[in-house]
Ligand binder design. Structure first.
Ligand SMILES: [Zn+2]
Length: 92
């Protein structure tokens, strides 16, 4: 093995998961932070879970709520217009 050109090897690099689990592995960096590990990944836990690191689920829910609101507004507008048309037809 060349003495130069190889990064420093850490045989006991500590991996820290967002779920709190830690374990060691071999790596060129002394510590690694991960969002998901075999302790909390849905494949191993068998539970559905959203891996949401950028607030995407929250954003989607906000957009869905806004769309529902807009739909309701449009429906009331449409029914009001229909009522006005009926009133106009009755008075004419
Ligand atoms: Zn984990």
């Amino acid at each position: 093995m060349k003495t130069k050109g190889h990064p420093k090897w850490h045989p006991d690099a500590r991996v820290t998961c967002a779920c709190g689990a830690t374990f060691t592995t071999g790596s060129t960096s002394p510590s690694i932070n991960v969002e998901v590990c075999s302790t909390c990944h849905p494949l191993w836990t068998g539970q559905q879970k959203f891996l949401d690191t950028a607030g995407r689920v929250e954003k989607f829910n906000q957009r869905a709520a806004m769309a529902e609101k807009k739909k309701a507004e449009a429906a009331t507008r449409r029914s009001r217009k229909a009522a006005d048309a009926e009133a106009a037809a009755a008075s004419a």
